[in-house]
Ligand binder design. Structure first.
Ligand SMILES: [Fe+2]
Length: 371
């Protein structure tokens, strides 16, 4: 079980809530927290241990390059430990997304987790229902996720005190940083990205689970970057392969600094291949995203803007290679951050609480596709 309020020796639920309020970076009018359906007083978050924590004075050294062997390479392709006779499999779309029932991630052996890595690489997004994962100890959660690679520690986002591996997604009636981060005057709040693609070794198999969810809305949309690539003409694919683009952490760091938040590692910019190859499946995928890609190396500004705009439009308009993950209590999703982009859907009431956790194992140095 995750630590309950009574088990947290040094911080009670009230002090945790106070801490979050004091860390709130933007002064926003406090609204009384009420249940959006019943109007009753808000009981508070179900898992206060995982409320976001920031120490704005925290500083970390740059990440170091490491050797990564993807666990999917070790997997039995028939996946006998994951796809047992009891498992109910439902593919959500032809190109991306599968839902599995009667799998308990926490019960899988190392070989079973290898099979998960392969299956997530193949299906891009896997939705697991009725997981006990949210009630494991934080150490056990980190241990399982670490099977897929060393856990990324985010330079600016809220984490858990003493557990910088956790990336906290939190919104309630009085905390809504997302809208401001992507701009307060947009007609829609879709924000396609792959997580921290500016890192030299961006994440691969990524875990995300829900603790509190709104009564309706708050899904995550995903797009297959493999199918986005496959839809292009051979001539266009050839033009893209061999190109690199700069992915930047600068805007994210500046945003955090402006709000008196932490910048734990200095912001970096990294050249990544425009088309990358998945180390396990061998599939080629577009590797650009609106969140962090800034320019194509060697192109004039206008050329770069023109091409990136085409690719972003292509990726975001491809509803025939998108999928939508929804959440119920106990849902955990895994996606392969190397071959997908995703966006939150900010379609739920401001009065609702949405609280979710991400553990983000890093993977290999991106492998460039060659023409
Ligand atoms: Fe994300």
């Amino acid at each position: 079980m995750a630590p309950s309020v009574s088990e947290i020796a040094v911080e009670t639920k009230d002090t945790l809530l106070d801490r979050v309020a004091s860390l709130k970076i933007h002064a926003e009018a406090e609204k009384p927290a009420v249940d959006s359906k019943t109007g009753a007083a808000d009981p508070g978050p179900s898992y206060p241990f995982y409320l976001p924590y920031w120490d704005k004075d925290e500083r970390w050294p740059p990440l170091e390059v490491f050797e990564h062997t993807d666990p999917g390479l070790r997997a039995d392709p028939s996946k006998p430990r994951l796809l047992t006779a009891d498992v109910v499999r439902r593919d959500l779309t032809p190109y991306i997304g599968t839902e599995l029932e009667n799998v308990q991630l926490s019960q899988l052996s190392k070989e079973g987790l290898d099979e998960v890595a392969l299956f997530v690489a193949e299906r891009k997004l896997v939705v697991l229902r009725n997981q006990d994962f949210k009630d494991l100890s934080p150490e056990r959660q980190i241990e399982i996720a670490s099977h897929f690679g060393p856990i990324h520690r985010h330079p600016t986002s809220g984490n858990v005190k003493g557990y910088p591996e956790f990336h906290i997604v939190y919104r309630d009636a009085s905390h809504n940083r997302f809208r401001e981060y992507i701009g307060g005057d947009r007609a829609n709040l879709t924000s396609w990205h792959s997580d921290v693609s500016y890192e030299k070794q961006p994440p691969g198999t990524t875990l995300f689970w829900i603790l509190d969810q709104p009564p309706l809305g708050g899904d995550t949309i995903f797009s297959s970057q493999v199918e986005a690539y496959n839809r292009l003409s051979d001539a266009f694919k050839k033009r893209l392969e061999g190109l690199t683009a700069v992915h930047s952490a600068v805007a994210q760091a500046e945003y955090s600094r402006k709000r008196d938040g932490p910048v734990r590692r200095e912001a970096i910019e990294t050249e990544q291949p425009l088309v990358r190859v998945h180390p396990v499946t061998g599939e080629k995928a577009l590797y650009v995203n609106q969140g962090f890609t800034r320019r194509i190396v060697g192109f004039k500004d206008e050329e770069s803007e023109y091409l990136l705009k085409f690719l972003y439009d292509h990726i975001s308009k491809g509803a025939d290679f998108h999928v939508r993950a929804n959440y119920a209590p106990g849902t955990l999703v895994l996606w392969d951050n190397r071959v997908t982009v995703h966006s939150a859907t900010q379609d739920f009431s401001n009065a609702s609480r949405r609280h979710a956790i991400r553990l983000t194992p890093q993977a290999e140095l991106p492998i460039a596709a060659t023409a």
